[in-house]
Design a protein around this ligand. Structure first.
Ligand code: MN
Length: 254
């Protein structure tokens, strides 16, 4: 049986474009994540950002892997800061549900793959902090990390650390990626290592110190939107699904 991979979703106001009237709030997950997981041999399930800690616990029990998707800014109170003026939109329901999910996934040893916001959520859940807004807080020259071009277009380079897990998975030491973020990892959480940076020094990839002990991987770019650009991005999804499969087998044997 394919491992079940939970994909976190967001909430989105929808408007009837013709009548220009609000239709309400909808649960939304980009199909690219769903296809990325399915294409790698996993069984994707979309997780609406609703429910308390107990609901999150029930949900996590049904999962073999957790994929934290991209999206809105994380409320800085989760890393002990007040909001600065440049902070973007935050969604309290989503933040609360995802932070509960990650905490439970970490405790249960469920493989976690974080993309963009997802990498940031993973870092904060483990005790790290974020730049609320790179353009106003980064002290050196900064590349353009909020591209205006389509999501599948790579715009900046990422150098990955020699000998890291992600270098092994992608089979290369540098990769051109898309970039849709104004936040970034600031203080790295204990238990994670930085394995990829853009030329300005911004953290673009992290992984667990020992992936055989616990499988954690985060990328700051939208890998799900670049699956057509070459096999490297698809391999990230395959690595996550394989880790989830191993976790499911271990769990069944226990
Ligand atoms: Mn970037």
């Amino acid at each position: 049986m394919p491992p079940i991979i939970g994909i976190t979703a967001t909430l989105k106001e929808d408007v009837d474009a013709v009548a220009e009237r609000p239709l309400g709030r909808f649960v939304r997950a980009d199909l690219d994540y769903v296809e990325g997981v399915a294409g790698a041999g996993g069984a994707p399930v979309v997780l609406p950002p609703a429910g308390d800690e107990r609901a999150a616990e029930a949900v996590i029990q049904s999962l073999d892997g957790l994929l934290l998707s991209g999206g809105s800014d994380l409320d800085p109170h989760y890393y002990g800061e007040e909001p600065m003026p440049e902070l973007g939109v935050t969604l309290p329901e989503r933040d609360a549900f995802e932070m509960a999910l990650v905490g439970l996934a970490l405790r249960r040893g469920i493989p976690v793959f974080g993309i963009c916001r997802g990498m940031q959520v993973l870092n904060v859940a483990l005790g790290g902090t974020l730049y609320q807004d790179l353009p106003s807080q980064w002290e050196r020259d900064l590349l353009k990390h909020r591209q205006d071009t389509p999501k599948w277009q790579p715009t900046h380079e990422v150098r990955v650390r020699d000998g890291s897990y992600i270098a092994e998975v992608m089979g290369r030491e540098s990769v051109k990626v898309n970039s849709y973020h104004h936040q970034g990892v600031r203080a790295l959480a204990e238990g994670l290592v930085v394995t990829g940076r853009s030329s300005d020094g911004v953290v673009e990839a992290v992984e667990a110190v020992d992936l055989s002990e616990r499988w954690l991987l985060g990328v700051q770019w939208h890998a799900e939107a670049m699956r057509g650009a070459g096999p490297q991005q698809e391999r990230l999804f395959e690595a996550h699904v394989s880790a989830a499969e191993r976790h499911a087998l271990r769990r069944a044997a226990a």
